[in-house]
Design a protein around this ligand. Structure first.
Ligand SMILES: Nc1ncnc2c1ncn2[C@@H]1O[C@H](COP(=O)(O)OP(=O)(O)OP(=O)(O)O)[C@@H](O)[C@H]1O
Ligand SMILES: O=C(O)c1ccc[n+]([C@@H]2O[C@H](COP(=O)([O-])O)[C@@H](O)[C@H]2O)c1
Length: 205
């Protein structure tokens, strides 16, 4: 495998967790640990994006966000923090997933996201193509669970939704397939942390 690309064994179940991580926080950690358990994943790869295509303002430098994300994870061996999108030269999730399924044809990938992202999902470029490529695991986030449930993407994919009790089968499903699971809620958010840092005059944010 090319340098900087994580190793993966054939048949491994890997969650792809894309985000700005500007900065990473307890919510990302909780989502990751819950996904590992509920979807019976072997690994989760944090795809630290060079920049969310829907966000107008660029985030902090990529190296800074990668280093901080690794600190938050405190060496959990099941989680890999990667700059794969920068290496692949992709920004759009459809392109990133397309490249990864070609590079790792025998890995069982699932896409992970918080419920606030499911609300917006129908605005992502070629979102239905994403849903055709990999199953999707959605984790409830305070304030967006109901909106996510009635979102455009959820409505269009309603007949492909797994009951929460069957979340452990998500990686075996032929996409499109998705499930929304509850997790211990935390209202941690990167924007709240950035706002707090700005208020306290900490230049990092
Ligand atoms: N507290 C949380 N609970 C559940 N999911 C979360 C939580 N915080 C972030 N996520 C999810 O993590 C992914 C990456 O989010 P991101 O890095 O943008 O963090 P954020 O806190 O949402 O940032 P911002 O506040 O700047 O929008 C998204 O899928 C988002 O839904
Ligand atoms: O591909 C798109 O059109 C698209 C639009 C919005 C967000 N995304 C991805 O969604 C993930 C979460 O983004 P964010 O900024 O909410 O952490 C991250 O991997 C982004 O690249 C992707």
């Amino acid at each position: 495998m090319t340098q900087g690309f994580p190793m993966a064994m054939p048949g491994q179940r890997i969650g792809l967790f894309g985000g700005s991580f500007d900065p990473a926080h307890e919510g990302h950690l909780r989502l990751t640990r819950t996904a590992l358990q509920r979807f019976r994943l072997d690994r989760v790869w944090w795809l630290v994006t060079p920049g969310n295509p829907l966000k107008a303002h660029g985030p902090a430098p990529l190296d800074q966000r990668l280093a901080q994300a690794r600190e938050v994870l405190r060496g959990d061996p099941r989680v890999v923090v990667t700059d794969l999108e920068a290496r692949l030269g992709t920004r759009l999730t459809a392109d990133t997933i397309g490249a990864l399924v070609r590079l790792y044809p025998r890995v069982r990938f699932v896409w992970l996201m918080g419920s606030d992202n499911l609300v917006q999902f129908s605005q992502w470029e070629r979102w239905q193509e994403i849903a055709q490529m990999v199953p999707i695991g959605v984790m409830a986030r305070p304030g967006s669970r109901v909106a996510a449930r009635f979102s455009k993407a959820a409505t269009i994919m309603a007949d492909r939704r797994l009951p929460e009790g069957q979340a452990g089968r998500l990686t075996e499903m032929t996409p499109p397939a998705w499930v929304m699971v509850n997790m211990p809620m935390t209202d941690a958010s990167s924007s709240a942390i950035r706002a707090m840092r700005q208020k306290s005059g900490d230049g990092r944010g």
